[in-house]
Design a binder for this molecule. Structure first.
Ligand code: GTP
Length: 696
């Protein structure tokens, strides 16, 4: 069967926003208007269709990024296939935002018209910049008290340094918000009442808005004609581009990110959503509007870009793995090139494994549709993949390629967890394994010495939710410890060690001698092991044993039991015994040499430092700054955002526990904060003593 929809008519897009700007509501209205969602669910009453996990519905935030397929008919009666990728807005889940941005072609950035650009709007905006994602801005909540569209336009320039070009202006605001003026058509679109089935009525622009509409239409046209010399010339001669040309120019500007079209409405009151869908189709890129996707040849390491075409060999990225009741694990993939058919053999080139395409689905908001084949540009859900992780490439085994990888941040918080019974122990192991596969920013480790299970994640809330899932979805009874900072250890000074491991107790003895040099590596460069042995002082087959010993010490740490980072180890000499040497002997020797070397060179403790942003009314600035200082924080800057003050600071994570409630009580609940991992830094001497006393 051939493809049903030309790739040019696909729109793979996401919706991004600060928490509570209305992303979920906007998504649901889109699903309603595209005819796929039959019931409008409100986020906070648990009936939402996108937020289908209990934990999300209860907390009223979106954690998972589900992909949803729907269709929109444009003004020429052409059906377009929309794949919506939901992205969460909470800082603890930036990883979800990043992975969504990696696989979508465009995005709608939802603002709260009363708040303008909020801290997380800024974060997701910058992430969008990182992945070159074209965007449309939707100024939502125009019905809310204090809603101000023009403030939002200015805010985007001030805070994001981005050029927003309104394609609409609002008709009324706050409780008087009635609709929008379309500056391309120069018509008014209004909705009578707030019902979801209220018809959209086209009419003339209200007289009192005509001047403003003309002013903004002028600005829009000026911005658009910059995209084309002929159009610019014609415009300078007094000829405005016609409607079709204007759309074409705006599309070009959007796709190349010359500017960001700006729309407005109220998702909640069902106003402005249909024009937003028209804009998605008119201006956001289709898969073919983006450059060829970067890839490398797994054998040669050479560049091997893949064009968005069915004629190219199959290549896709697994961007999300989720388990569903009765179905098991589902792998969401974006097909970049080629055609996928049921039963096809696949290569996971990132992992060097074979897979087979079993059942395949298109996911709609509440149901799924089984399909037999899929094409370049599609987002498909595959059932029954054997061994795959987020970010890995699946492709035609005869035309192997590895598509560009995703970056995952290191977890900064640890949580000890202890199952209550033996039965819980077994359930927990299976559950944690599934959860770690689903979320690459969540890791599980078993402490080698104590045998304890440690959950590692991006923040308190992140791990809180994992524990919740464990208890409720998997029915595991467990005792949970206090969240702990994920410290790191690193070498202070170089050290050279000559170590001999010798044992002679009946039977075969053990012998291994290693000479290793330990050096601090550049910050952030990670651990490196190198062997410069040439003359066979350590036979080649024993070198992996040495590396294993070194790695073991890196993993377990030597001072406080946290992993060692940024250390370079060079094996440059050694010795062996014809009979008594073995890989194990060399591993033991390397381990002891490492411990001796770390002691000689000295170990420093590193702690994660967070980039914290507090938004507060002016009255509380003094006490908030005082408090940050007392948390060993370092104020970076302070500026006004609307009528609020924004304080940015670096604060050690260790001193951020329970900050929510402290901030709340300092500001009578009016200040809010967000934070994300910034970097690791040396722990001051007095604090190091405390940390040692606690963990050593
Ligand atoms: N007045 C008004 N309220 C809205 C509008 N859109 C959404 N809301 C409300 O704002 C709140 C947050 O909306 P959500 O859609 O859950 O926002 P979100 O951005 O998905 O939030 P997270 O999932 O937590 O990131 C809810 O109480 C909505 O009912 C709107 O257009 N006008």
């Amino acid at each position: 069967m051939a493809r049903q929809y030309p790739i040019q008519d696909y729109r793979n897009f996401g919706i991004m926003a600060h928490i509570d700007a209305g992303k979920t509501t906007t998504t649901e209205r889109i699903l309603y208007f595209t005819g796929k969602s039959y019931k409008i669910g409100e986020t906070h009453d648990g009936a939402s269709t996108m937020d289908f996990m209990d934990q999300e519905a209860e907390r009223g935030i979106t954690i998972t990024s589900a992909a949803t397929t729907c269709f929109w008919v444009d003004r020429d009666n052409k059906r377009h296939r929309l794949n919506i990728i939901d992205t969460p807005g909470h800082v603890d889940f930036t990883i979800e935002v990043e992975r969504s941005l990696r696989v979508l072609d465009g995005a709608v950035c939802v603002l709260d018209s009363n708040q303008g650009v909020e801290p997380q709007t800024e974060t997701v905006w910058r992430q969008g910049d990182k992945y070159n994602v074209p965007r449309i801005i939707f100024s939502n909540k125009m019905d809310k008290t204090g809603a101000d569209f023009f403030m939002c336009v200015a805010d985007i320039k001030d805070k994001l340094g981005a050029r927003a070009v309104p394609l609409q202006i609002p008709i009324g605001a706050e409780s008087d918000f009635r609709g929008v003026v379309d500056l391309i058509k120069m018509k008014a679109y209004t909705w009578e009442g707030d019902a979801k089935d209220a018809p959209m009525t086209e009419g003339e622009i209200p007289a009192e808005l005509l001047d403003k509409a003309n002013e903004f239409r002028g600005l829009m046209i000026e911005a658009a004609v910059e995209m084309d010399d002929a159009a610019m010339e014609a415009y300078l001669e007094g000829n405005e581009p016609d409607e079709a040309t204007l759309r074409k120019l705006i599309r070009k500007a959007t796709v190349t990110r010359a500017f960001y079209p700006m729309m407005c409405g109220s998702a909640f009151k069902n106003k402005g959503v249909q024009p937003l869908l028209d804009a998605v189709v008119d201006f956001l890129p289709s898969p073919v509007d983006r450059e060829a996707y970067k890839g490398t040849d797994p054998k040669t390491g050479e560049d091997l870009p893949r064009k968005p075409s069915d004629a190219e060999p199959l290549a896709m990225i697994a961007f999300k793995i989720m388990s569903f009741e009765h179905v098991g694990s589902i792998t969401f993939c974006r097909i970049y090139s080629g055609k996928l058919e049921q039963g096809m053999a696949l290569a996971n080139t990132s992992r060097g494994k074979k897979e087979r395409a079993g059942r395949m689905y298109l996911m709609h908001a509440a149901d799924r549709e089984e399909i037999k084949e899929a094409f370049a540009g599609d987002i498909v859900a595959l059932q029954g993949m054997k061994d795959i992780r987020t970010g890995e490439t699946l492709c035609d085994p005869n035309k192997p390629v590895i598509l560009e990888k995703m970056e995952f941040p290191e977890p900064v918080i640890n949580l000890k967890i202890e199952p209550k019974t033996k039965a819980d122990q077994e359930k927990m192991a299976i559950a944690l394994n599934t959860m770690a596969v689903e979320d690459p920013s969540f890791r599980v480790t078993i402490d080698q010495e104590s045998g304890e299970t440690i959950l590692r994640g991006m923040g308190e809330l992140h791990l809180d939710i994992k524990v919740d899932i464990l208890k409720r979805t998997y029915n595991v009874e467990a005792n949970v410890g206090q969240p702990q900072v994920a410290y790191r250890e690193t070498l202070a000074r170089p050290a050279d060690i000559d170590y001999t491991h010798k044992k002679q107790t009946g039977g075969t003895g053990q012998f291994a001698r290693v000479k290793i040099k330990l050096e601090p590596n550049e910050t952030g460069k990670g651990n490196v092991f190198e062997s410069t042995i040439v003359g066979g002082a350590v036979p080649r087959e024993y070198i992996p044993g040495v590396e294993k010993g070194v790695q073991g010490v890196w993993d377990s740490g030597v001072l406080i039991g946290f992993p060692i980072v940024d250390m370079k180890v060079t094996l440059h000499d050694g010795g062996f015994h014809e009979v008594d040497s073995s890989a194990i002997a060399f591993e033991i020797a390397a381990r002891s040499a490492m411990k001796e070397g770390c002691e000689k060179g000295g170990i420093k403790i590193l702690e994660p430092v967070m980039d914290v942003e507090v938004v507060t009314p002016g009255d509380f600035v003094g006490s908030i700054i005082g408090d940050i200082n007392s948390r060993r924080g370092q104020i970076r800057n302070q500026e006004m955002r609307g009528n609020a003050t924004v304080i940015r600071a670096y604060v050690p994570l260790a001193n951020m526990f329970g900050y929510v409630s402290q901030l709340r009580s300092m500001s009578t609940g009016r200040a809010s904060y967000t934070m994300q991992f910034a970097h690791y830094a040396d722990v001051p001497r007095n604090v190091a003593e405390e940390v040692k006393a606690k963990y050593a």
